[in-house]
Design a protein around this ligand. Structure first.
Ligand SMILES: Cc1ncc(COP(=O)(O)O)c(C=O)c1O
Length: 420
């Protein structure tokens, strides 16, 4: 048997044994303890370059900024910097991570609905050019801080667009969400910034959710954004340099499965946005770049049958594989031992939501088997908890196809000490 796994070019079965980039899991692991996460650096770089190349076919001025809330490990930031990605941050912690990775100030985008004075002082002091704002009170505070420094701060306003009711219902971030500001109040923020001697309104931003797989959605969004921007220009004399379309794309492998084409998205953008050559189109993807750039290796600790179901319990759990609404964890075996009874897979936590996938698997599973969990790079490590268990170690699979430790596992004795 020699089987590639559709949409995961780095994985294949040879003689029923799983290979990662051509190597067996045992040789990649070389006796490392499970559970571990593995950052597939090459996949991340490919995801980013493909995204950029496909969009650039139709967009003359493009800027892609990786949303580090999806996964903020330093190694990922270095990879992002290597290929010229910017970084989208939401807090002082993330701002300092971006600075530590030596991301240039002009390539950092600072989002968030309630930035503290300390965070804003730091951002202004460092010369962060892209500050996204969604409230008048924050804009007033930024103006005050910019005045004190005798500087002009560029400002982008995050709006919530007006979309069809049906589309709105499907969106994760709806108009009653705490994020963004309604588009007409947004105009007031632009007007305030335009009048101020210390603010310069340069961009419009919107971000309405995650896991998007629909070209129709972008059709609607782009139509609205273009109208909004031309109204700002014609009715209010405010010319916009940057259009930030946020993050929200589903992962590369989910999009490949769904038939969504990034090149077509580029065409949609260039056909909707007037005078696109005078604007910079910004994307701030998290999930698209990182979700399928991570796998986890986990060992089966226990199996049991109950109420007609078979269960397999792994040594990785929901404290790091966060059971959020948009997860696409997929479990495959190291050794394919044939079809078996449909089996549900759960983690070791004494917690009912600690179930790795909604769908059961139909391959044979025995205790001590190794399993690989796919699609576990987005909002897992960055949201992980010491909930009953230490957080697993994270390794990077480097260009030489060897594992390098990039974050050690939590130490249980240290966890105990820090709890007293
Ligand atoms: C403002 C902003 N931009 C970008 C992102 C990244 O979203 P995604 O991971 O869905 O691409 C987020 C995620 O919450 C966000 O809040």
């Amino acid at each position: 048997m020699f089987d590639t796994i559709e949409n995961y070019p780095y994985l294949e079965y040879k003689n029923k044994e799983l290979h990662l980039n051509g190597k067996t899991i045992d040789s990649v692991l070389s006796k490392k303890e499970t559970p571990i996460f593995i950052f597939l650096e090459e996949r991340f770089l490919n995801n980013a370059t493909e995204l950029e190349q496909n969009l650039k076919k139709s967009i003359p001025n493009l800027f892609i900024s990786y949303a580090i809330k999806a996964n903020y490990l330093g190694r990922i930031l270095h990879s992002a910097k290597k290929i010229g990605l910017g970084i989208e941050v939401m807090s002082l912690f993330e701002l300092k991570l971006a600075r530590e990775a030596k991301i240039p100030n002009k390539d950092i985008i600072f989002n968030g609905p309630a930035k503290t004075t300390e965070e804003l002082e730091y951002a202004l002091g460092e010369g962060i050019e892209n500050i996204n704002v969604d409230s008048m009170n924050e804009l007033i505070l930024i103006e005050k801080l910019a005045k004190k420094r005798n500087m002009v701060q560029p400002i982008t306003v995050r709006i919530h667009p007006k979309l069809d009711e049906k589309t709105e219902r499907k969106m994760l971030i709806k108009k009653n969400s705490k994020l963004g500001i309604d588009y007409s109040r947004g105009v007031k923020l632009f007007e305030f910034a335009k009048k101020s001697e210390n603010l310069n309104p340069v961009g419009v931003h919107t971000h309405i959710g995650t896991n998007l797989t629909s070209h129709n959605f972008y059709e609607e969004l782009l139509e609205f954004m273009n109208k909004y921007i031309s109204d700002l220009e014609k009715k209010h004399g405010i010319s916009i340099e940057n259009i930030n379309l946020g993050g929200g794309l589903a992962s590369k492998s989910t999009l490949d499965k769904s038939g969504f084409q990034i090149a077509k998205l580029g065409e949609q953008i260039s056909s909707h946005i007037s005078n696109i050559e005078d604007k910079t189109i910004i994307f701030e993807p998290g999930r698209y770049l990182i979700e399928d750039s991570f796998v986890a290796i986990t060992k089966v600790l226990r199996t049991k049958k109950s109420w007609g179901r078979k269960w397999a319990f792994t040594d990785i759990g929901a404290n790091s594989l966060i059971p959020m609404r948009y997860t696409h964890y997929k479990v495959i075996p190291q050794n394919f031992k044939g079809k078996g009874q449909y089996t549900n897979i759960g983690g070791p936590l004494c917690l009912p939501v600690d179930v790795l996938t909604d769908e059961s698997v139909d391959f044979e599973i025995e205790e001590e088997d190794l399993l690989m969990v796919l699609n576990c790079g987005a909002y897992t490590i960055s949201m992980s908890e010491q909930f009953g268990y230490p957080r697993p170690a994270v390794y990077a699979l480097n260009q030489e196809k060897e594992l390098e430790l990039i974050k050690p596992a939590d130490d249980i004795d240290k966890m105990v000490r820090e709890s007293f």
